[in-house]
Ligand binder design. Structure first.
Ligand SMILES: [Zn+2]
Length: 444
């Protein structure tokens, strides 16, 4: 059962000439010609060695080809909040960021908590999505935190897994039941970890900066204590959990401890938590910097980077969360939580962590797609016989985020105005050309 949906696109016939192919999992790290025929990778060869008859030729010299990125955590706001984003604009934004598949969260209106809603959403994706989209269904009905959804039925209808993202599964007894049903239904339980009795009305990280600004804070332990609880429950029920958007040092420690104890647990971190801290709010109370979990301290940020390096954190996920301009153009305390992230994910991590030598490029390219495997999806590979799922990137290109607008319907990007290095020039997803940068010329 393929649970990913996208609109039909013509299969590409394409020769990318001489780009540096970096596919860490396939062990390729060298300039290559990449020949795509009928949407499949037909041949790899030394630069200039492959035939170009009947195919479009793209000059890849000085550029990089990476396996396409896969994001296990995006909000496409469909159904019900299409003024923020829809399946077309959201997947256009993803393709512009080098993504070849994304997984959408169920906190829509209505909530994706029953099979008919999920099935009609999948059908809509078959008409509108520019790259394959998968869907998570809710753990509890209406994200109410009380009654479980029909998990087995939702799995049959194509749900990749379950989450109440935006909210925690606050009651331990409910999560325990969900873990028990998981045995029958399968699918990963993806968890937004936050104890609402600790988060309260917090609007940013609780610490020195929130004290200076006089704003209510969300303490790190709001996240880490729930991770510890849920890891214990998963261990007790032998369930499989995935922790969403890790933000705090204590949370990295909790996940590491759980892994050491043999819990079936994985975790993700976002580009913004890996590269920004709450110090940014001292410069400006920009509502684009308001998200949940919040930007935390330098110590937390470094712990996340270390966690990514040592494998405690399994993948990078954007938590792309579009909001309309008028929704964000309000005082900081009142603004909704969330930042967009699909178009800036690679460039932000490349600029802030790879260029300064903090993380190797191979690791970042790997972690930008490993989210696929965590949800049971195939990993993109630049290998002969595989479907063409890759992006062409110019690592030299410098660009100002937002200068030419966004492919997303929303513009609440926390990196807005920053100069980043690394630009996605084209994305081939599921064998079809999903994105091509405006300025990017075709040779023949
Ligand atoms: Zn969340």
């Amino acid at each position: 059962m393929s649970a990913l949906e996208s609109r039909p696109t013509p299969p590409a016939d394409l020769l990318v000439r001489g780009a540096h192919v970096l596919d860490p999992r396939a062990g390729i790290n060298a300039p290559q010609d990449v020949l795509v025929r009928g949407g499949q990778i037909a041949e790899l060869g030394a630069p200039g060695s492959l035939p170009d008859d009947g195919v479009e030729v793209v000059d890849g010299e000085g550029k990089h080809v990476f396996p396409g990125f896969v994001d296990p955590h995006v909000h496409l706001r469909t159904p019900g909040q299409e003024h923020k984003e829809d399946l077309d604009t959201g997947t256009r934004s993803a393709a512009a960021g080098g993504y070849v598949a994304v997984v959408a969260m169920p906190n829509t209106d209505p909530v994706v908590d029953n099979a008919p809603v999920l099935l009609s959403l999948r059908e809509q994706a078959r008409r509108e999505a520019r790259i394959p989209v998968g869907f998570l269904a809710a753990v509890t009905r209406g994200l109410g935190g009380e009654g479980l959804t029909e998990m087995a039925e939702l799995r049959d209808a194509g749900a990749l897994g379950f989450t109440d993202d935006g909210k925690p599964v606050h009651r331990a007894g409910i999560l325990r039941k969900a873990l028990q049903y998981q045995r029958l239904a399968g699918g990963v339980l993806c968890l937004h970890e936050e104890d609402p009795t600790l988060s309260g009305k917090g609007v940013m990280h609780e610490g020195d900066v929130s004290a200076r600004l006089g704003l209510a804070g969300i303490p790190s332990v709001s996240e880490s204590t729930l991770i510890a609880r849920d890891a214990a429950l998963a261990r007790y029920e032998d369930g499989r959990i995935h922790i969403q958007h890790l933000s705090a040092r204590e949370s990295v420690e909790a996940v590491a401890a759980a892994k050491l104890a043999g819990v079936k647990i994985t975790a993700e971190a976002s580009p913004h938590h890996l590269t920004l801290t709450d110090q940014a709010l001292l410069e400006s109370l920009d509502t684009r910097l308001k998200m949940n979990p919040p930007l935390r301290t330098e110590t937390d940020r470094q712990a996340l980077v270390e966690g990514l390096r040592d494998g405690t954190i399994d993948c990078i996920a954007t938590d792309h969360a579009p909001h309309a301009r008028e929704e964000k153009e309000v005082p900081f305390e009142e603004a909704p939580m969330g930042t967009t992230g699909l178009e800036t994910a690679f460039a932000a991590v490349y600029t802030e962590l790879v260029l300064p030598g903090v993380l190797p490029l191979e690791l970042v390219v790997d972690k930008l797609s490993t989210g696929a495997a965590l949800l049971g999806l195939p990993l993109p590979a630049v290998q002969v016989g595989h479907s063409a799922d890759f992006c062409l990137v110019d690592l030299e290109a410098e660009w100002e985020v937002g200068e030419h607008g966004y492919e997303s319907r929303s513009e609440n990007c926390c990196f807005s105005g920053r100069t980043l290095r690394g630009r996605v020039l084209a994305t081939v997803a599921a064998g079809g050309i999903a994105y091509r940068e405006r300025a990017f010329a075709v040779v023949a």
